[in-house]
Design a protein around this ligand. Structure first.
Ligand code: G6P
Length: 364
């Protein structure tokens, strides 16, 4: 790939910094203020069909799978349709029950990942309805899907995905809002979500403006051999993706756990040498998350919180701007992309091309 790096030293840095523009693109021309909903041109789904969807199953690999985990929560919260995400390869090999009332959604940056494509083909062969949430226009998965939403993140060159992850979560918010407004989401809630969506680009700029501070934190934590990432409900997929990002680009081992499961095992690992990154949104689970941080502190664990306000239980807090509860996951991972980037930089890693990894895996 030979896209201009635009003054950045790596594509990863360039792509992290482009996210406000990228989110602007995924929103552009899609918001319908008159009905407090969104138009998704490529959806081909009339209201009656949308109402007949009983479940949503999202399939993807790697970072796209993690974006799907967030998407599933948004669809379940806003459209009240049971939804979950699963790695495409697992789905494909377990001989799943394919249900005609389920909407299947394949997520892929490249649109060429073999495991996702094969899952789509198997689903189609069995008569299922498959949508694509894809970045690359005209790619194999986009072509094989019945309909879909383009993510419009623009070209992503760095092997590890950043801006496409963010844009995919926004695309899912649009889809969830669209399905929600056909079903039981009120006009007022539709409006609230639209206002939240419009705030995203500016809020992303606010997060990126903290880069110097995040770099310092990364340098403080770069000597860790392993890191624990915790979150609850909306924060958990954010923790999963942040842990993947750190592993991929810095080679530091990292593990993500639901904060609620800490006491069922991983608490045994907590000591000063194993720092924890806690995703602490200011929502109805704030007190629960504070209690989890307290348990970690009691075992002398170091804590970096990503939160909407300074956390007294944490050693360090990265404060991100608050959006609507349902949209918070879109923003909370962004400072952790910078954390992974600066950790990798401090350790002298090959940031755009981590060892053993490929940008897209087009073979089995
Ligand atoms: C590879 C890349 C990951 C990516 C995954 C899925 O493993 O290294 O960064 O998330 O494939 O790629 P896709 O293009 O389908 O989103």
């Amino acid at each position: 790939a030979s896209y201009d790096m635009g003054g950045h030293d790596t594509y990863m840095h360039k792509e992290i910094c482009e996210q406000a523009d990228a989110v602007d693109r995924v929103l552009r021309g899609r918001i319908d203020d008159r009905f407090s909903t969104v138009h998704l041109g490529g959806l081909n789904l009339d209201a009656r069909e949308a109402r007949s969807v009983r479940r949503v199953k999202i399939l993807g690999c790697g970072t796209s799978y993690h974006a799907g985990l967030i998407g599933a929560q948004m669809i379940e919260e806003l459209a009240r349709i049971p939804a979950d995400a699963e790695p495409a390869s697992e789905f494909r090999y377990r001989n799943p029950v394919v249900d005609p009332d389920t909407l299947y959604i394949a997520v892929s940056q490249s649109g060429e990942t073999y495991d996702v494509l094969a899952a789509v083909q198997e689903l189609k062969r069995k008569g299922a309805r498959v949508f694509g949430v894809v970045n690359v226009v005209g790619s194999a998965i986009a072509r094989e899907s019945d309909a879909g939403v383009y993510v419009h993140a623009g070209p992503e060159v760095c092997v590890v995905s950043t801006k496409c992850f963010t844009n995919t979560t926004v695309a899912f918010a649009l889809l969830a809002l669209h399905l929600g407004r056909i079903r039981d989401l009120s006009v007022a809630d539709g409006k609230r979500i639209i206002e939240g969506l419009r705030k995203l680009p500016g809020q992303i700029e606010e997060i990126l403006a903290q880069e110097a501070e995040i770099k310092k934190i990364a340098e403080e934590y770069a000597d860790a051999r392993s890191m624990m990432f915790i979150g609850r409900v909306r924060g958990y997929p954010v923790a999963r993706e942040a842990s993947l990002k750190l592993k991929e680009v810095s080679y530091i081992h990292a593990e993500a756990y639901p904060a609620s499961e800490l006491k069922h095992g991983p608490l045994a690992l907590i000591e000063p040498a194993l720092p924890t990154v806690a995703i602490v949104p200011d929502d109805d689970l704030l007190e629960k998350n504070r209690a989890a941080m307290e348990e970690i502190k009691a075992r002398s664990g170091r804590i970096l919180a990503v939160a909407h306000q300074e956390q007294d239980k944490a050693d360090r807090t990265i404060v991100v701007p608050k959006n609507e509860d349902e949209l918070d996951p879109i923003l909370m991972g962004i400072p952790l992309q910078l954390l992974a980037y600066h950790t990798a930089l401090a350790l002298g890693r090959d940031i755009d091309k981590p060892r053993n990894l490929a940008k897209s895996v087009t073979v089995e």
